[in-house]
Design a protein around this ligand. Structure first.
Ligand code: MLT
Length: 259
């Protein structure tokens, strides 16, 4: 545990070498990276962390902005005496990674966004976040069940029944305050497409063909005229489950050059 402004933060730290920080998404926690971290730790020092209000980390406020999460990550890596990191974020974790890269560019060795957009929420999406908050206030378990069900298509539900059950059980641990604070934080996040154009470090985006949360069309547009590498995998939003080996291979190849 690490104490960030009187807020307990849970993290793991394994392996030796250049540092790689793995950042989970909304309703997820550090355990989603367990298998990935074990593989990467053969070559790197791998840090996984529960974001504010997720997993075993406490809530810090009623809105957890992407910048709050990035400041917490910076405090954690400073505590671990790390200077440069490769930062890998899944979905909301990608939004946090972008905020970190903007606030702390000197600390970024490379940046990987997995099923994450560099754009801010559209007006329609902001309205939906507001609606989601109302549902969470009434019945957070029902919201989590619905949200996790929507992350996977029918095929995935059949194929990854066990993994999705574990995912949902873990998501159900997320406290109401943490869920609402994350929804508010995502709703008010900034557009960071400029980083894709000007971030002075190697950048990779991994997108899924059938991602209904982050449409691949948007990602293809975002990488146009940038030096961002784009890798496309089959399946839906949670590529770390649906395409575990492919994503690991892509990450390993990228980190070998840039990690
Ligand atoms: C996530 O998976 O982290 C979120 O669904 C992303 C989002 O809602 O924008």
């Amino acid at each position: 545990m690490f104490n960030y402004k009187n807020t307990a933060i849970h993290y793991t730290d394994t392996g030796k070498g250049n540092a790689v920080v793995l950042v989970h998404g909304f309703l997820e926690d550090a355990s989603m990276w367990q298998k990935t971290a074990k593989e990467l730790a053969k070559r790197y020092r791998v840090i996984t962390v529960d974001l504010l209000g997720h997993g075993k980390s406490e809530c810090y406020g009623y809105i957890h902005t992407m910048e709050d999460q990035a400041d917490m990550l910076f405090a954690l890596i400073s505590h671990l005496r790390l200077r440069k990191i490769s930062i890998v974020g899944h979905s909301m974790g990608g939004y946090v990674a972008l905020a970190f890269a903007e606030l702390y560019p000197d600390n970024v060795r490379s940046l990987v966004l997995l099923n994450a957009s560099a754009q801010a929420d559209s007006e329609e999406r902001k309205i939906n976040r507001g609606r989601a908050i109302e549902v969470v206030k009434k019945n957070s378990d029902a919201f989590i069940q619905m949200a996790t069900r929507n992350l996977f298509d029918d095929k995935a539900h059949k194929k990854f029944k066990k993994e999705i059950a574990v995912f949902t059980t873990q998501a159900l641990q997320t406290p109401v305050q943490g869920i609402i604070a994350a929804l508010e934080g995502m709703k008010t996040r900034m557009d960071r497409e400029a980083l894709l154009h000007f971030g002075p470090y190697p950048k990779l985006m991994i997108a899924s063909e059938n991602d209904t949360i982050i449409p691949i069309k948007d990602i293809k547009e975002q990488v146009e005229n940038t030096d961002v590498s784009l890798e496309i995998v089959p399946g839906g939003h949670v590529s770390t489950i649906e395409q575990f080996q492919k994503v690991l291979d892509i990450l390993s190849a990228f980190l070998k050059k840039n990690g």
